[in-house]
Design a protein around this ligand. Structure first.
Ligand code: ZN
Ligand code: ZN
Length: 258
C-alpha cells in the first residue's frame, strides 16, 4: 500500500498527534502519497461547532501547516490537504465553499450523520432497523456522489442497519450502483478493521463485488502509529478477495475548486 488519503490530526479533538508525526510514520511504512482529511470545520446557523471537528478558527492554520510540510517532505512523500465531510443537503453548499476558500485540495465523504447533526440528526453508527432511515442514508450518499466533488466514499457501510436483510441488500445495492456508475471508489476502512467495528461489513462488500465497485483502502488514522497500519492491510485485502472486489492502490484525488 503506497497511497492513503484518510488521516486526521489532534485538531479534531478526538485524534492525537501532529501532522509531522503522522508523516514520519507513513514514510517509514512506505507510503508515497498521503492526504490529510481532518473533519471539516463547520458552524451551524446558531454558531454551534460540533466537538469532533476542527474549529473554524483553526481551518486556515491546518491547511497552511500541511502545505508547509508538503514542501519540506517533497523528496520523500507526496502530501495533500483536504477534509472529510458529511453531505448535509441543507448545508453542503456552504461546507464546500468553505473548503475551497480555505485551500483544501480534496474531500472524502464520511456520512457520520444523516440530515444534519445539530440541533438534531441521525447518527449512522446507531443500531437501526428502520428501513426509512437506511433509505435516507443511501439517498444522501447517492446525492453526494452526484455532486462530483468527492474523491471517494469513506466507510460507505457505516450506517448500522440491523433490520430486514432484503432491505439491507436493496438499499446498499442502490448505493453501490450509483458509486459504480459515477466512477467513485468505496473505502474499506482500516479503522473499522483494527477496531473490529460494525464496518467493514462483509454483507455490504459482497454487494459491492456484485456491482463491480472499485475499493480503496484508508487508514482513517486518528493516532500517528495508524498512519501506517500494517496489520490491517492483509485483512482488508482478504475481505475484498472473498467478495470479488477490485482494490486500487495508486489513485488520484478529485481536485476541488479548480
Ligand atoms: Zn474521526
Ligand atoms: Zn475519518
Amino acid at each position: 500500500m503506497i497511497c492513503n488519503y484518510h488521516t486526521h490530526t489532534y485538531r479534531c479533538r478526538h485524534a492525537e498527534g501532529t501532522e509531522r508525526e503522522y508523516i514520519e510514520r507513513a514514510i517509514a511504512g512506505g507510503i508515497k502519497k498521503m492526504g490529510f482529511s481532518d473533519h471539516i470545520p463547520f458552524a451551524f446557523p446558531d454558531g454551534h461547532e460540533s466537538d469532533y471537528r476542527v474549529r473554524v478558527a483553526e481551518a486556515e492554520e491546518y491547511v497552511a501547516t500541511v502545505r508547509a510540510l508538503k514542501k519540506e517532505y517533497a523528496a520523500d512523500i507526496e502530501l495533500h490537504v483536504g477534509f472529510e465531510s458529511e453531505y448535509y443537503p441543507k448545508y453542503f453548499d456552504e461546507m464546500y465553499e468553505n473548503a475551497v476558500k480555505w485551500g483544501a485540495e480534496y474531500l472524502l465523504l464520511g456520512q457520520h450523520f444523516t440530515r444534519s447533526e445539530w440541533p438534531d440528526g441521525f447518527y449512522s453508527g446507531w443500531l437501526c432497523a428502520n428501513p426509512d432511515e437506511l433509505r435516507i442514508y443511501c439517498d444522501e450518499v447517492i446525492e453526494a456522489v452526484g455532486r462530483g466533488v468527492f474523491t471517494y466514499i469513506a466507510h460507505p457501510d457505516i450506517f448500522n442497519f440491523v433490520g430486514d436483510s432484503a432491505v439491507y441488500d436493496a438499499e446498499y445495492r442502490r448505493l453501490c450502483k450509483a458509486a459504480k456508475s459515477a466512477g467513485v471508489p468505496l473505502e474499506i476502512n482500516l479503522l473499522g478493521v483494527r477496531g473490529s467495528r460494525h464496518y467493514p461489513n462483509e454483507k455490504f462488500w459482497r454487494i459491492a463485488g456484485e456491482c463491480g465497485c472499485t475499493a480503496v483502502l484508508g487508514f482513517d488514522a486518528h493516532t500517528a502509529p495508524d498512519a501506517y497500519d500494517a496489520e490491517s492491510i492483509p485483512k482488508a485485502l482478504a475481505l475484498a478477495a472473498r467478495c470479488g472486489v477490485e482494490v486500487v492502490d495508486d489513485f488520484e484525488l478529485k481536485r476541488i475548486g479548480v
